[in-house]
Structure formats: structure tokens, C-alpha cells
Design a protein around this ligand. Structure first.
Ligand SMILES: [Zn+2]
Length: 142
């Protein structure tokens, strides 16, 4: 079992999941995601996924549950294979560029969202690295 060095379980799951499972919440997140989060944090500095623990508004940026307005049964978030990261020191577009240029550092990322101001990555079964824009609906292999 991989336990991330930089993230607490309450940063990665919604409040109800954390309330019932505490640190066992990590069992719901794909190990490849946890390893990637630590590498991202080591490389790019402070990064927020969920901040509800500090009274912030993000509750569903990691594991996503059926009560979320943006819930989708086929979203990678539903399976603990996706995270939406907000970095303090870099805009999301810069993170995407850096991941593409340094892909050996991030061997598990197979998919990223483009044209959004958060850094969505996931580790779905697929080719590396698919960049998909929710704005234009365009998909490219990068
Ligand atoms: Zn996402």
C-alpha cells in the first residue's frame, strides 16, 4: 500500500467518505495517482486537491461520489483514478506543458484535460498522453 508523503486522506475524498473511512480512504485511490501526486508536489510545489477540511469549497476534486453535481458513472474521478490539482506557483497550462516535456517523471499519467484552469490528470487504461479539451471537445495525442 502506498501512502503519499504530501497528502492527507481528507484532501483526496469528500467529507462523508473521510468521516466513515478515515485513512482507509486511501484504499479508494489508485496507487498510480498517489505516486503521481507526490511527484507533482515534489516537482511543482504546493498543490490543492480538496480543501473542505479548511472550510474551502473543493470537496469533489479527487474521488467523486454520486452526490456531486458533476458526477458521472464513467468519470475517472468515480474510480479514484483522477485528480483536479490547483497549484500555488504555476498555472495549470504550465503544468501540462512540463508534464509533456518531462513525461518520464510521470509514467502513469495517460490523460489530461486542456483549456481549463485546474490540472486534471488521470491514469486510465489507454495510450500516453491523451490531451482532451472540455471546451473544444478536441482530443490529441501529445
Ligand atoms: Zn477532473
Amino acid at each position: 500500500m502506498y501512502l503519499p508523503r504530501h497528502f492527507q486522506a481528507y484532501e483526496l475524498v469528500p467529507p462523508a467518505i473521510f468521516a466513515s473511512r478515515k485513512d482507509k480512504s486511501f484504499e479508494l485511490i489508485d496507487e498510480r495517482v498517489l505516486i503521481t501526486l507526490d511527484t507533482l508536489r515534489d516537482t511543482f510545489g504546493p498543490c490543492t486537491v480538496n480543501d473542505w477540511h479548511w472550510d474551502g469549497g473543493f470537496e469533489q476534486s479527487g474521488l467523486r461520489t454520486t452526490d456531486a453535481p458533476q458526477f458521472s458513472p464513467t468519470s475517472q474521478h468515480t474510480f479514484g483514478r483522477a485528480m483536479d490539482c490547483k497549484f500555488q506557483e504555476y498555472p495549470a497550462a504550465e503544468i501540462r506543458d512540463q508534464v509533456i516535456q518531462n513525461r518520464l517523471l510521470f509514467p502513469y499519467i495517460t490523460f489530461m484535460e486542456d483549456d481549463v484552469d485546474w490540472f486534471h490528470f488521470d491514469v486510465r487504461n489507454g495510450q500516453r498522453i491523451v490531451l482532451w479539451s472540455p471546451v473544444t471537445q478536441k482530443t490529441q495525442l501529445v
